[in-house]
Design a protein around this ligand. Structure first.
Ligand SMILES: Nc1ncnc2c1ncn2[C@@H]1O[C@H](COP(=O)(O)OP(=O)(O)O)[C@@H](O)[C@H]1O
Ligand SMILES: [Mg+2]
Length: 291
């Protein structure tokens, strides 16, 4: 048995015993469609539902979540991997009890880690699995290898799209790339969120369009989670470096995000998580894919 296999066995055993965090990866075909806003505001809404939430900022280089929250974390996952920091060093407190971890370059080094480093990372993430109920991963823009690997390793993917034609073609391109990978299976649950819509109907139409081509040409199944309306208040909140759910809790977008969080919570019972739960499991699957 090689070390990777040993690691997977350890995780498998541990997973059978304990409740691990629910991991939701937020992604899109292109940047600027509202992933970071969706991630942070869903985190706030889940926290209001009494969940312990951690946001993992995997948007390498841009450090989106930090900018959105107007916070400057002391350490990132790269410090955990390469500079001896532990989980509690890299967990930064955000508003309303949410916490976040800045990925830094850490998540993109997975393929280059030696077994000892990887084991340490998975151990730390296993600890995170026990202090969080929900972990939301905000991924970077575009169809990079790491985003693809992360989505493939996730039991649940939230695909964000807007009604602009370029967003639809880019979302399709992402689905196409995902569906062509050998790790792609139908037990990855893909749920679409229509963002910046001008009506409820526009969101449904966007979903129907994308779903039809994905089913026909890619044999990919998606579900529709719902829409977040175009909202000036959200833009104003971004300027203030505050999540709209905090700055304007009664804004149309905040209300929509509250509804989406409730829906997601409601769907938790659905047995989609055959692949195993937890961020530790996700990382070990990514690691497996990378070698
Ligand atoms: N529902 C919305 N209504 C109005 N503007 C929005 C909405 N969602 C996002 N935006 C705008 O789009 C910009 C990009 O959003 P962001 O969450 O950073 O996208 P991504 O993370 O996908 O790159 C925001 O700064 C905001 O101005
Ligand atoms: Mg972003």
């Amino acid at each position: 048995m090689d070390q990777a296999e040993q690691l997977r066995n350890i995780i498998k055993k541990q997973n059978q015993r304990k409740r691990l965090a629910r991991v939701i990866t937020v992604t899109s075909g292109k940047g600027g469609v509202g992933k970071s806003n969706l991630t942070v505001n869903l985190a706030i809404q889940f926290s209001r539902l009494g969940r312990r939430v951690v946001v993992l900022d995997a948007d390498f280089g841009l450090a989106n979540v930090e900018v959105m929250l107007g916070l400057r974390p002391r350490y990132s996952l790269a410090d955990l991997l390469f500079r001896g920091k532990d989980l509690y060093d890299v967990l930064s407190p955000g508003p309303e009890n949410i916490h976040f971890i800045s990925g830094g370059s850490g998540l993109y080094e997975l393929a280059n880690l030696d077994d000892g480093q990887l084991q340490y990372l998975v151990q730390m993430m296993y600890e995170l699995d026990h202090i969080a109920d929900i972990i939301l991963i905000d991924t970077g823009a575009g169809i990079s290898r790491s985003v693809i690997d992360m989505a493939l390793a996730s039991p649940e993917v939230l695909l964000v799209a807007t009604p602009e034609p370029t967003s639809i073609t880019d979302a399709y391109a992402l689905l196409k790339t995902l569906s062509k990978q050998k790790e792609f299976t139908s037990d990855i649950q893909i749920q679409m969120v229509a963002n910046r819509t001008h009506s409820y109907q526009a969101g449904e139409e966007l979903f129907e369009k994308l779903d039809a081509v994905a089913a026909k040409f890619l044999d990919v199944d998606m579900e529709y989670l719902g829409n977040v309306p175009y909202d000036e208040k959200l833009m104003r909140a971004v300027m203030q470096q505050r999540p709209v759910s905090v700055a304007y809790p009664n804004a149309a977008s905040s209300k929509a995000l509250q509804r989406l969080a409730a829906l997601l919570e409601h769907r938790e019972g659905v047995p989609v998580l055959r692949k195993g739960k937890g961020i530790s499991g996700l990382l070990s699957r990514m690691f497996h894919a990378g070698r």
